[in-house]
Each structure stands twice: as structure tokens, then as C-alpha cells.
Design a protein around this ligand. Sequence first.
Ligand code: PMP
Length: 435
Amino acid sequence: MNAVGTGAPLAERARAAIPGGVNSGQRSVPGITDLVVARAEGARFFDTEGRAYTDYHAAFGPQLLGHNDPDVSAAVAAVIREVDLCGVGVTPGEIELAERLIELVPSFEQVLLTSTGSEATFHALRLSRAVTGRRLVVKFQGCYHGWHDAVSLNVISAEDALNRPDPISAGILPEVLESTVVLPFNDAEAVRRLFADHGDQIAGVIVEPVPHNIGCVLPTDEFLITLREQTTQHGAILIFDEVITGFRHALGGWQEISGITPDLTTLGKAFANGFPLGAIGGRADLMQQFSSRPGGSAFFAGTYNGAPVVVAAALATLTKLTEQPVHEHTFRLGELARAGLREVFAELDLPAVVTGYGSIFVSYFMPGPAPRTYSDLLANRADLFVGYRRKLIERGIFELPLNLKRSHISYAHTESDIEQLIDGTRDAVRAALSE
Ligand code: PMP
């Protein structure tokens, strides 16, 4: 029995009942451990003390339409009255969603739904091993693909990540880690060398086409082209992890923007606007190897896969993304934010790189040029990156105070929110610098 009772402050009760008081290691953020969220709507969330925060965290990215979007919520409420979860057969919504995804995402010939992005990347890697009969998978420094063992190397996401030993978790078998090769992002030559030496052992290559888990590092054309060429030449599977870039940057993801089509693609976050949904899709000859087809050799299951409530949220989200100027609006505000932030740092005479893409922005405190690989980001002043964001939170503006984390603009944000962001950043950075 724990001594903390139901009369104690909520955060204290949380820490007594839940390890660390939060339900994800990624939410264990120093400086905001007492935050208890009560409500969220549009561009804002509210804590139990009644404080409002203009939200640029967006739960690590899902709410592209903003919190509690009325059309998404209405679709969810309507389906709840019809059907919950049966776990047999398929529902009309699942069929419609699969067909719409196949229309939108260039690499999709067939698609399967999961509940999370981690499950999607897990299955993509397992499938790449199943169809090639090979052992090695390749990932890139700074890319995050979820919490499972094969990808738990060189994930840079926490304040202390620079000093954190690899792998990111205890309890992973060394032979699993030894089967994952980690290369620097944007290093086409390293990719060519690896394939020249070990091409016949590589099952798959997984990449965030834009590594947003370290803010925003844009890929060179040469890098993505080399990944496509080398995997094709050596019979390995190319996997684009578009859990962040999918729908947020374009309806067809980064593959639509870059014109490079992977064999498999994983999706999550923005396509159900906050409801738990992931997907894996790609070449039909590969997807047919999943055990959802009788005889498929790669086991695939999940009690909640394709749950009607989540599918309804995704259909409503996709409808809004296709019918309303969501990208136009969020991209325009993204440009405004980046331009305004650049001016602020110039005014303060502070070396900074303000970068991003579309609705994503991030300010690194280091001299330019824009980073090309994770190691470029070692120059970022982590203390200031985290410090000014803590000051921003005190001013009712929420950017996650973790080193290298990106920020997100939603369809619910307005120009005046962006003005508040720019002015708030000026004050917050000044306050952080004077400490
Ligand atoms: N891939 C990428 C690129 C991600 O950013 C994330 C989550 N941050 C994941 C996979 C894992 O998704 P989930 O947290 O839904 O398991």
C-alpha cells in the first residue's frame, strides 16, 4: 500500500500509482512533471489548474487538424452508436480506408492497419526478413522507429541523449542489436560501401525520409536515390517510415514530394488526428506474405487492428485533409513562424538555425548551415534549447522542452497564435539567456 491518498495533488497520486507518473518514457520530461492535462480543444490544451497552453507539441504530431476536431469527433460519436469491435471479418470503413490510402500513397498497392507506428515498423522489418530470408536491417542515426528491439539503437530524443549509451534500453538481446546496422543519415557513400560489402545479407533498410525525431534534417536527393538504387540492385526491401511525414507534409507523404517510391511504407500519427492508428502498406507481392492471407508466412495480428472508432476518425481526417486547405494554411503559418523566429534571433544576435518543413519548425542554437546529419546537431546548445522552452511554457506556449524536439502547427492555429509564438519566444529566450 502506498501512503499517497486520493486527497493528495493529482501529480503526486500519479507518481504513486504510475511509474514516473506518466504513461510513456517520452513523457518523462524534466520541468513539467506536475502537468496534469484536463481538456484540449483546437490549438490549445488546459491543465487541471485552469491554465491554457497554445500547443505546438501536438502529442508528438498527430493533431494536424488541431485538438478535438469537431468533424472527427462527430464521426467517432456516430460510429459508436453503430458498432464497436467484433474481431471477425472486416467492416465497410476498413475497406474504404484501405482504398483511400491506396489512392493517396504512391507505394501502396495493399495496406494493413495496426494501432501504433511501432507495430507498423516492427512488421515492416519482420516482413523484409521473411521475404528475403536475410538477417541484417539498416537504420540511420537520429531516426526513431518505435520502441521495439530491432530499432532501439541510436535514437536521439531525450535531453541527455548525447551521453546516453547505446542501446536505448536494457533487456535487449545482443544478437538482435548486432543484426541492426546503423549508418549516418545523408551519407550515400556509406550506404554504397555497406551494400558492396554485405549486400547479400541485408533484408531491409528503414529510414525516416526526413528525420524529424531530431527536429528537421532534410534529405539530399542523392541520399534517397542511393537508397532506392542500392536496395533494388541487391534485392533488399526499402522501407520509408512516414509516421511523421505522412499526411503532414503531403497526402502522399515524402514519397510524393521526393518522387522516390519505397517498397513498404509505415504510417501513424496524423492520419487519425489523435486516435491510435498505424498502417503498413506497399507492394502487393510483399503484402501478400502477411498471414492475414491464408498461407502468408509473416504472422500479423492485433485485437484492435481496424477498430471502427479509429477507422472513422481516420476517414473523417482524410476527408478534411483532402477537402479543406489544411496544408495551405499550416504551411503558410509555418513560413510565418520560421521567418519571425529568424528575425528574433537576429535581433538578439544569437547564432541559430531556424528550419523545418511545412507545418513543422525547430530552432537550433548553433551557427549555420542547416544540419545534414545527426552529428551536425552536436553543436546545438541543448541547455538553451530546453531552457527557453521551459520559459515559453510559463508564458502559456507549449513546445516540448526536450533537446532537438520539433514543433507542429495545426489547422486550428491562427496568425495571431504565431504572433504570440514569436513575441513569446523573444521574451523566453531573453529570460533563458539571463539566467
Ligand atoms: N516512427 C516514427 C518516425 C515516429 O516518429 C514514431 C513515434 N514518434 C514511431 C515510428 C512510433 O510510433 P508509435 O509511438 O505510434 O508507436
